[in-house]
Design a protein around this ligand. Structure first.
Ligand SMILES: Cc1ncc(COP(=O)(O)O)c(C=O)c1O
Length: 345
């Protein structure tokens, strides 16, 4: 066994979601698609018997997302895109990201024996661009920034991303939640900056977390390098069909996203008695004077699955919120009409 693996801890997040009436912990879509029965009729035995071919799927992705087919690296979930980027673009140097951020950035960096350097959040839960820039060293091989950032939800503008790209370090902008910002992807910058890679997923706004389909978009040169780590068959036939169905029926995706955004606004306006941290993501953090004791009771009663956590700590010795049970609540359309929210308010 490789010696460094001894110190790498993996936590398996495993919850039996069939025990819950509301699944609001991982930004999964839980509202059913209206035309699902119609989709099922498109499946056939060959989808299960034969190895998948991805050419037509890539053409569809190309048209839908506005990239060329040779600018697409397909992967079984965008988290494997992260792994492949670290595999292909690092050689034991520094990987800069934010802290906290999506945990797999750190785990894959450590698995590939890189120094993971997480920039701590500022007091207002933003990540300082100056601090990212001042921590770029000769050893820095990769920058990974989620935009909007997870879990606190800051969004960096195109101009700020440009400043980062100007440094010339390979940079992965993870846009797993970009649809919830109603802003455009920065993928078009890849024609200007050869060091830019953009990560997209079908798991969040598209509602296909169970299908495991993600993509890295970059210039053909980077895609060729990444493709050395391509899995033999990246995605299944059934996943391809479901994601094609979603692209063909994008109005279902978009209306879900717009409803989620509106509903988040409405919920925040109703939660006057709570401390709330809004985000550019599909969730909020909230707490109250009794550290959400009543929230936990109401959520248990109505079988609501959400995350309870502390807020990120700062490096500096500043007074900080010590409450242990900030609720990270995923928002879904019509949430404000649910009984558990009415009882909470
Ligand atoms: C910021 C971010 N990036 C990437 C991922 C990976 O998503 P997936 O592998 O389902 O595409 C997640 C999952 O939660 C995430 O939060």
């Amino acid at each position: 066994m490789k010696k460094h693996l001894k110190d790498i801890k993996r936590i398996q997040y495993s919850v039996d979601k069939s025990n819950y009436n509301y699944i609001l912990d991982q930004s999964e879509r839980t509202i059913h698609f209206p035309a699902f029965q119609k989709f099922l009729q498109t499946l056939n035995q060959e989808d299960f018997l034969l190895y998948p071919s991805t050419d037509n799927f890539k053409s569809k992705i190309s048209k839908h997302f506005g990239v060329r087919t040779n600018e697409i690296f397909l992967c079984p979930g965008s988290e494997i895109g992260i792994k492949s980027v670290i595999e292909a673009f690092t050689d034991g140097g520094r990987v800069i990201s934010s802290d906290p951020s999506f945990p797999m950035y750190k785990i894959y960096s450590e698995l590939y024996q890189c120094e993971f350097f997480g920039i701590p959040h500022e007091k207002d839960y933003t990540i300082s661009m100056e601090k990212i820039l001042s921590n770029i060293t000769h050893e820095t091989e990769l920058i990974i920034l989620a935009n909007p950032n997870s879990p606190m939800g800051e969004y960096k503008s195109v101009d700020e991303i440009r400043i980062l790209l100007e440094q010339g370090v390979p940079t992965l902008i993870d846009e797993a939640y970009i649809e919830f910002t109603n802003k455009d992807s920065v993928q078009w910058l890849m024609h200007e900056y050869p060091n830019l890679m953009v990560l997209r997923t079908f798991s969040k706004a598209y509602g296909a977390g169970g299908c495991r389909v993600g993509m890295v978009f970059s210039n053909p040169n980077n895609i060729e390098i990444l493709s050395k780590f391509r899995q033999c068959y990246e995605v299944t036939n059934v996943s391809i069909k479901w994601c094609e169905f979603l692209m063909d029926n994008y109005e279902y995706v978009d209306s879900y996203v717009q409803d989620t955004i509106q509903e988040k606004k409405k919920l925040i306006s109703l939660m006057k008695n709570f401390d709330i941290i809004d985000s550019n993501l599909s969730w909020i953090h909230f707490n109250n004077e009794i550290d959400n004791a009543d929230t936990i009771r109401i959520f248990d009663k109505h079988k609501v699955l959400a995350k309870f956590c502390t807020l990120p700590k700062f490096y500096y010795d500043v007074p900080h919120d010590d409450r242990k049970n900030w609720c990270r609540l995923g928002i879904q359309p019509n949430i404000t009409n649910q009984q558990f929210i009415k009882e909470l308010l």
